[in-house]
Structure formats: C-alpha cells, structure tokens
Design a protein. Structure first.
Length: 167
C-alpha cells in the first residue's frame, strides 16, 4: 500500500502517510515567523540547548534530534526554542542577535521547533522559502543547514513514526 500524501487543509491529527507543507520561514532577530496555507506561527527566536532531557517536556518548542542528515553537524541533540527556551533559562538563553552566523547555525533547530506546533504525527515533506537578508556567504550555508531528512521527537512523539518501512 502506498503512503497517502496530503496537504495540511485536508489532514487530521491521526494522519498517516506523508504530509506536504509549503511555507515561508523567517528566522528574525526578534522572532521566528512561519506561514503555511493553514497556519501562522510566530514566537521569540530564543534557543536553549539541553544537556539533559527536561523532567517536564513541553509539547511545543522542545525537539530531540534522533537521526538524520544533520546528526554529526549539530552541537546538541535536544533543545528548546521560543517561549520554552525562555521559560527554561530566562537570563542566559541564546538569541539570534548573539552571533553573526546564528541565522545559519540556529536555523534548523528553530525550524524543527516550529514543526512541533503542528498536531500532525505523519511524515512531513517541507517545502520552504527561507528569508535571509544578508545573502553573500550565508546563503549556501543556510540552504545546506535546512536541507535534508530528519527524525525527531516532539514532546515524546517520534516523527516520522519509526514504523515507517523507509527507515
């Protein structure tokens, strides 16, 4: 049986198969903006890398990276983004403005955290138009950072589900 590919408009929370999301994404100095056909997500661009799994894992903004193309490139395999990062560490969380290359180095982490706001538990094929105001040297780095296949856990849910035969 082939996987069913659907758009977010006709998806439901128990969705199986592959969910295609076409969206715009901007990792700004003050906030992350993500717009797709069915939702707009905006939250502060704060990041907190986790040395350990929090005792209470938030359902939104907490990501555990399990496997994928960025496994060897990521400095931490679990992190909090947005309000969850601020709640965990109000004074010392990372901000995009802290580092000139943060729009590239933090981009995948924040993008995956955005997907934690979706209720769908399907494999997600994401087609994005990412905003970057300083093209030059950062453009290729951003494309490389965001491209790939990733298996993550959001608040205890593995995405895509491990029962998927392609893993």
């Amino acid at each position: 049986m082939t996987d069913l590919a659907v758009n977010t408009e006709n998806a439901n929370t128990g969705q199986k198969g592959t969910l295609m999301i076409v969206a715009g994404y901007d990792l700004g100095n003050s906030s992350i903006k993500f717009v797709s056909s069915d939702r707009q997500i905006r939250f502060p661009s704060y990041l907190e890398n986790c040395y350990y799994r929090p005792t209470e894992t938030p359902t939104e903004g907490y990501v555990e990276y399990l496997e994928g193309d960025a496994l060897t490139k990521l400095d931490y395999k679990q992190w909090l983004s947005g309000y969850a990062a601020y709640d965990a560490n109000p004074k010392n969380h990372l901000r995009v403005t802290d580092d000139a290359t943060a729009k590239v180095s933090q981009s995948l982490k924040h993008l995956l955290a955005v997907l934690s706001y979706y209720p769908y538990k399907a494999s997600i094929e994401l087609v994005i138009c990412a905003s970057l105001h300083e093209r030059g040297d950062l453009e290729n780095g951003l494309i490389e950072a965001l491209t790939g296949r990733h298996v993550v856990k959001f608040g205890g849910e593995v995405l895509p589900p491990r029962s998927n035969p392609s893993f």
